[in-house]
Ligand binder design. Sequence first.
Ligand SMILES: *Cc1c(COP(=O)(O)O)cnc(C)c1O
Length: 436
Amino acid sequence: MAIPYRSTRSTTDTESVSFGEALLRGLAPDGGLYVPQTLPRISFAQIFEGDTLPDMACRVFAGWIGDEVSAPDQERIVRDALDFPAPLVPLAPTGGGPWSDTFVLELFHGPTLSFKDFGARTMARWMGYFLERRGERATILVATSGDTGSAVADGFAGQERIRVVLLYPKDKVSPVQEQQLIAARPGVQALCVAGDFDDCQRIAKEAFVHPAFAGAGLSSANSINIGRLLPQMMYYVLAASRLPAENPWFCVPSGNLGNLTGGVLAHLSGLPVAGFVAAHNANDFFSRFLSGEDAGFAPTIRTLSNAMDVGAPSNFERLQALLDRPAMQRLIRAERVLDEDTVASMQRVYEATGYVADPHTAVGPEAVRRQRALGGLRGPVVALATAHPAKFPETVHAALDFEPDAPDRLAAIGTQGTTVEKIVPSVEALRPYLVA
Ligand SMILES: *Cc1c(COP(=O)(O)O)cnc(C)c1O
């Protein structure tokens, strides 16, 4: 049986679509985001018997996708996509002190060193599968200021039937990020745009509605896509399975709220959790909303944790379709951590435990510290580590006075050859890359 999905903006007479259709469309025709029509109920006690992340993922996805992807295909896709570890590291291995019962869930052991590898790699393979069945092709167009671009480029590279065109702003991404974006990969074209991130986003949006590109099979791979969210449930499941004594809290460094929504989806389908802490930087729309202030989306503010610089989080609409405000307030706490406190958090955690947190991850422990001080968080807390510190050597150096060790796969990127073209910030400049 296929599982029906609906738009967050659906009315009673809106048709539902299958998971595959929702995945290929990304955004619903009415501008809404896809959610399942009825939340699946999953018996996580049984799921926890699975040994590995792919084992558990196959069983969980059966509840969310049904048999629209056959069991052997699902197993092949999941094993291929989720082929890297997600270690759960106790911050205070000897117990005691302010970080006792606090764990870091390292989500940066994939090829591009951020948690986005989970969603991008799995989504790419699902997309390849559904395109193959339909005999269609797609071009993924992404405007990126950071981790999304490299995760999508790497995750989709080499997929038959899919090409990727990446737009990134000249001189506005870090040297490590640029290396990751322009690394030569089959089927991927990086374009360096003479403009800022907003220019990149503007020309991408224009391309999606431009008549010249109507036949180009354009598609997007950002975190509004349900295909990126479902895989993000799995590391919450994995962590909960390893902490069987007590339901954990999860602390999630957040921007577009896609990571958090993955955890909420897992919980709403039965995963036992104590609650979530959404840790934001200065872009604090969601914490204002939860505190009951009359919150509106705000212009984006630049911070040290730039992958969380989102003034108008797109997955908020999805959270609202799943939970009303009182239910959200019961399940989720939010904190706003400014740059100064992020740096202080990197230093505090390092001095107390020797753990090196990147500037995104570090927002989490500070939010945990504040919530623990309020007496709000009892029992185990899992703080998600969303990026490897070696992606942000300048910030780590400024905070801790040394540069983090770069893992081999990051060092290897520098030697793999590069391809990039420069374009002016106009939709016309995309023509040679989108119309083959
Ligand atoms: C994308 C990203 C985030 C924010 O995740 P959302 O799903 O947008 O809330 C946090 N940290 C890092 C390192 C990221 O790349």
